[in-house]
Design a protein around this ligand. Structure first.
Ligand SMILES: C[S@@+](CC[C@H](N)C(=O)[O-])C[C@H]1O[C@@H](n2cnc3c(N)ncnc32)[C@H](O)[C@@H]1O
Length: 242
């Protein structure tokens, strides 16, 4: 029987989808607060950089996949771009919709979607973005294949995800922080140590920068680039559909 990783455990694909759903249902209301607490606000700078790389235009339609509570979509929408924000988890989308209303952001379409089997037609989006989402997807290659399918010819793919830093001293420090401190912050602020333990473990199981580049290539993308941040702690991958 096929097994996939859920953090450090191996589970069936159905179980993983179910367990990841539970994690984000539980953390939804505290998700944004926790991002600030865990990263000391750094995730905001990474997301700003990510969206600058996308170079959104007002004439474009961009799909922000696994968009959660809207951090990437809101930044894209500032350029006047038409953004569809899609996520498998209604609880995350509900938090995002409230945030959008509070910020008076209007050029957004919200959709419940599984990245592995999108309901959109072929060749419809100018760009596809996914930030800190793909490592939670059960079959990563299927999600990449779907990204390629829904992009127009000439469309751009951008993915930001945690990876493994190559700065050895920093790597040890980060490992200690992520293994011992992050789950405790999760317990303190979100009353949920287990979810944050999963989120950290899933980073270690995610393919490294080179392997993930190969997977993007397998989906059909060309001119693949990987931009490491903090020695590769986070990496932005991009590619083109031609
Ligand atoms: C860590 S959050 C990232 C949210 C947002 N992109 C950000 O950067 O703040 C990961 C998101 O991936 C979503 N997700 C997990 N599996 C998914 C799937 N198969 N299809 C679509 N979204 C998925 C979760 O529901 C969650 O909202």
């Amino acid at each position: 029987m096929e097994k996939v990783s859920f953090g450090f455990s191996d589970v069936s694909p159905q179980e993983k989808t179910h367990l990841v759903g539970d994690v984000f249902r539980r953390v939804a209301s505290r998700y944004d607060l926790m991002n600030d607490a865990m990263s000391g606000g750094l995730h905001r700078l990474w997301k700003d950089d990510f969206v600058r790389l996308v170079q959104p235009k007002a004439s474009e339609h961009i799909l922000d996949m696994a968009g959660g509570t809207g951090d990437i979509a809101f930044r894209l929408a500032k350029y006047g771009t038409n953004v569809t924000i899609a996520d498998i988890n209604p609880a995350m989308l509900e938090v995002g919709k409230k945030r959008a209303i509070a910020r008076s952001i209007e050029n957004l379409t919200w959709k419940e979607e599984n990245a592995e089997a999108l309901s959109f037609n072929d060749n419809v989006f100018d760009a596809y973005t996914i930030a800190f989402g793909i490592r939670n997807v059960t079959h990563i290659q299927k999600a990449l294949d779907e990204a390629w399918r829904v992009l127009k010819v000439g469309g751009r793919f951008f993915c930001m995800e945690f990876s493994q830093t190559k700065w050895s001293g920093f790597s040890n420090l980060y490992k200690m922080y992520s293994t011992h401190i992050v789950p405790k912050i999760g317990q303190l602020l979100a009353n949920d140590e287990d979810s944050y333990r999963y989120l950290i473990e899933s980073i270690e199981r995610f393919p490294n920068i080179e392997k993930f580049s190969d997977m993007i290539k397998s989906a059909g993308f060309v001119q693949i680039r990987a931009r490491p941040i903090l020695g590769g702690l986070v990496a932005i991958h991009s590619g083109w559909k031609v």
